[in-house]
Design a protein around this ligand. Structure first.
Ligand code: MG
Length: 258
């Protein structure tokens, strides 16, 4: 019996552009659940995604970080803005940890209120919430093409599984599996999958995740593709070693020749 072939995909920035949703849901989490004394709420904030949020998004690994970033952007004093943005991203991880500590927040709690704000929107107006995501139709078509060839698709995301699943089903995509943040790190998940499937490739827009996959002896055989259309830092496109290939949306179908 031959091993089932599968393609792995990250979700945010690879299958959909969810920028409006990230801003909207994180803002709602700050508005309704965070109870911070440092923000004063203005409904106008929902109208458009500020550039600074878009610019910082490539550094985000987990959803809770977006709640923290939105909080910093909308603070009444000492906001995160264009003047201090570089200081923030140059020590991104340390800054997130510092801000958690200063506010006596716990990352998991921020993740919970983000999920809660998503849940609230889904209950209230599912269509409207789904429409905050812009699908990359080239990727959707690619997944359909895989299916025709008997190749499965699997999704590994740092989003809550239920949210990714709802959007995918709306797009008429029913992957073999979806692993969300609840299932542990992407590396561990990839290790387990690598034993069970023949993984043809992993398409992800976070370079560090792909580097970790390549450096781990259990997963280093996986073909790694950095999604050029995703949330990339400008430096990500340079200094790519041979092991991680930059993939353009228009070149997706070339992967079928592997
Ligand atoms: Mg991503």
């Amino acid at each position: 019996m031959s091993t089932q072939q599968i393609f792995l995909f990250d979700f945010d920035g690879v299958i959909v552009d969810g920028m409006h949703e990230y801003w909207h849901s994180s803002l709602m989490a700050c508005d309704k659940y965070l109870n911070s004394p440092y923000i004063k709420f203005d409904q106008k904030l929902y109208k458009r995604v500020p550039n600074i949020f878009k610019e910082i998004r490539p550094w985000v690994k987990y959803g809770w970080e977006m709640v923290l970033i939105v909080h910093q952007i909308i603070k009444t004093e000492n906001q995160l803005n264009n003047f201090n943005k570089d200081d923030f991203i140059n020590e991104y991880h340390q800054n997130c940890q510092r801000i958690l500590k200063e506010n006596s927040w716990i990352a998991q709690d921020l993740q919970k209120i983000l999920d809660k704000s998503r849940g609230l929107q889904i209950d209230k107006d599912f269509e409207k919430w789904v429409n905050l995501h812009k699908p990359y139709f080239e990727v959707i078509n690619f997944i359909e093409e895989l299916k025709k060839r008997g190749i499965k698709a699997g999704i590994i995301t740092t989003k809550g599984k239920i949210f990714a699943e709802k959007i995918l089903n709306q797009l008429n995509i029913f992957p073999e599996f979806i692993f969300g943040y609840e299932s542990g790190t992407k590396i561990k998940i990839a290790e387990e999958l690598n034993q069970k499937y023949e993984i043809l490739g992993f398409i992800e827009d976070r370079k560090k995740t792909l580097m970790d996959i390549k450096q781990n002896s259990e997963t280093s055989n996986i073909n790694c593709f950095l999604a050029d259309w995703g949330y990339l830092k400008s430096s990500d496109r340079y200094k790519l070693n041979n092991e991680i290939k930059l993939l353009k949306l228009d070149n997706l179908n070339e992967l079928l020749a592997i």
